[in-house]
Design a protein around this ligand. Structure first.
Ligand code: ADP
Ligand code: MG
Ligand code: MG
Length: 248
């Protein structure tokens, strides 16, 4: 599904990603870990098409298609979802109405008609029940006064509604409490399927107590320096990142 080949990217004169290779297949959950400043958020931004970063070498392929010339919205329409892409507060626009608009814009971009209202309601009901999101939450103004946990709930709801092929959850925030981590983890566990792939980026092993990844990769200084199964996450929790730094 996702194939990253010798990806180099940076900002102005600074090289940040220095030759990333990564293969992610449908049905897989990958965790990307690594010390702060390694390039984890840059990698997610580059996959999503953030234009602040320049790709200087290599490729990002989705189902064999090179994404290089596609804008972030076009990548989203092809099924790439990045958490926290829409962190804006929109007073007067509810969580649900924002989602309806996002879904219909995506359909329009693909030349499809708007989703019929009854179908939309059914989808909202189905996904909110799956994720145990109550009606009161769905009618709140988008991101307005949301706690950390509510922001996560909204993100996971967006992911559920958009049914992306490839979801990238960048857990940048060190301030996430256990409830917020559980919301993310439950969402990932309920939404993963044979048809999608999920990349969870995290600094902390703790999140991986709730999400069991199929593969764990360690990013350090712009390169994937180690890959393994879930046991690698436990090794990192036990030993920290110093041994990784010493080896590289
Ligand atoms: P991580 O998510 O692993 O903590 P980042 O991708 O945020 O790492 O950052 C990797 C490196 O790139 C850091 O040295 C950071 O300062 C630098 N960097 C990332 N984004 C920018 C930016 N927009 N402008 C300048 N430097 C950046
Ligand atoms: Mg960071
Ligand atoms: Mg980061």
């Amino acid at each position: 599904m996702l194939s990253i080949k010798n990806l180099h990217a940076g900002i102005e004169d600074k090289d940040i990603l220095k030759g990333i290779n990564l293969e992610v297949k449908a049905g897989e959950v990958h965790a990307i870990m690594g010390p702060n400043g390694s390039g984890k958020s840059t990698l997610s931004a580059v996959i999503a098409g953030n234009e602040n970063y320049e790709v200087t070498e290599g490729q990002v392929l989705l189902d064999g298609e090179d994404l290089a010339d596609l804008a972030p919205e076009e990548r989203a329409h092809k099924g790439v979802f990045l958490s926290f892409q829409y962190p804006v507060e929109i007073p007067g626009v509810s969580v649900t109405n924002f989602m309806k608009t996002a879904i219909n814009e995506s359909r329009k971009a693909k030349g499809q008609e708007e989703m019929p209202a009854n179908e939309m309601l059914k989808l909202i009901r189905e996904k909110s029940e799956l994720l145990e999101i109550d009606r009161k939450f769905l009618s709140r103004s988008l991101n307005e006064g949301f706690s950390g946990g509510e922001k996560k709930r909204n993100e996971i709801f967006q992911m559920a509604m958009l049914e992306p092929k490839l979801a990238i959850l960048d857990e940048t925030d060190s301030g996430l409490d256990i409830d917020a981590l559980r919301i993310v983890a439950n969402g990932v566990n309920k939404l993963k399927s044979e048809n999608n792939a999920i990349i969870v980026i995290t600094h902390y092993q703790r999140l991986l107590d709730y999400i069991v990844p199929d593969f764990v990769h360690v990013l350090y200084n712009g390169k994937i320096v180690k890959s393994g199964g879930k046991e690698l996450a436990y090794e990192l929790e036990e030993k920290g990142y110093d041994w990784i730094k010493a080896e590289n």
